[in-house]
Write a protein that binds this ligand. Structure first.
Ligand code: R5P
Length: 289
């Protein structure tokens, strides 16, 4: 078995290869002057089973194209099997036709991945696990809650409360809460489907004197976390920490959350960023040992 770390997941891909003791094969990549993507697999893969690790952020559209080029090329070069690991699956929030005429983007992308020749698909904390039903090949969602909980356990939290900012991510809060033996619960969030603006309400959580950990699948603009953080700080929380699986952190997100009083923000390396202190490589590697 060989591991191919795609251009967007050099560290996680390397980590997976090291843990499972597999050879790593690199990818040469660049942009053509007109913006198109160039991809070249640097060594032969004929007759090999390949694990391709390639996330789809930043620049999700470009990353998706690279992913498709890589899958198809690996198969064309003679790989016997290409199992695809996409640590962060872009477009997974558009999993429903919320307004008439909208694309159900995640379904389109999944059909393309399968058509390109993927023999298996793995991702981490996808927005909705049900979306994987679009695949005919084996498709699996891995939960980062274990590695996140292990990290939180070492942080010396005082009277911790694990909070999901909305009902959608309550399962993440529950898994972490149960693993570290902390209370958990959720706020309520509403999103304007046209402007994308969110409002968060929470009156049932008594945050006084506690360290509250807000957990979410992803942080994009930081608006959700900032809104929840303000409520918690007004309610007397000692410290508010945000932890997410996918730290997209678009421009201004960090400042927005800090401005709301957030004490710390952490993420995993499904998206390799400055705050990606928790690695999902062991979690992925377990699937291929
Ligand atoms: C949506 O429901 C997701 O779980 C996140 O809560 C959301 O996408 C975060 O976005 P933002 O950081 O822009 O508020």
């Amino acid at each position: 078995m060989i591991v191919v770390p795609g251009p967007s997941s050099p560290k996680v891909g390397e980590g997976v290869a090291q843990i499972i003791g597999a050879k790593k094969v690199g990818v040469d990549y660049k942009n053509f002057p007109d913006g198109e993507s160039y991809i070249r697999v640097a060594e032969g893969v004929k007759g090999e089973e390949v694990v391709l690790v390639h996330t789809t952020y930043p620049q999700p559209d470009k990353r998706v194209i690279e992913l498709l080029l890589l899958i198809d090329t690996l198969k064309d070069l003679g790989a016997t099997k290409v199992r695809v690991v996409v640590p962060y699956m872009a477009y997974s929030r558009q999993d429903t036709r919320f307004r008439d005429g909208e694309a159900v983007s995640v379904n389109t992308i999944f059909r393309l991945i399968e058509a390109a020749g993927a023999d298996g698909f793995y991702t981490v904390d996808i927005h909705k696990e049900l979306s994987l039903g679009e695949f005919k090949i084996k498709a699996k969602n891995l939960h980062a809650t274990g590695v996140i909980a292990d990290h939180l356990r070492g942080m010396g939290l005082k009277k911790p409360y694990i909070l999901s900012p909305d009902k959608g991510a309550l399962d993440i809060a529950r898994r972490i809460g149960e693993r570290i033996g902390a209370e958990y619960g959720n706020f309520e969030k509403a999103r304007d489907r046209i402007t994308g603006a969110t409002t968060v309400k929470g009156d049932r959580v008594d945050a006084r004197g506690r360290d509250v950990v807000i957990t979410d699948d992803l942080i994009s603009t930081g608006g959700t976390i900032a809104n929840a953080c303000k409520i918690l700080k007004d309610g007397g929380a000692r410290r508010v920490i945000a932890v997410c699986t996918h730290p997209l952190l678009v421009a201004g997100a960090y400042e927005r959350m800090k401005g709301a009083g957030l004490d710390e923000v952490l993420g995993t390396d499904t998206v390799e960023s400055e705050i990606s202190k928790i690695s999902v490589a062991p979690l992925i590697a377990k699937e291929f040992r």
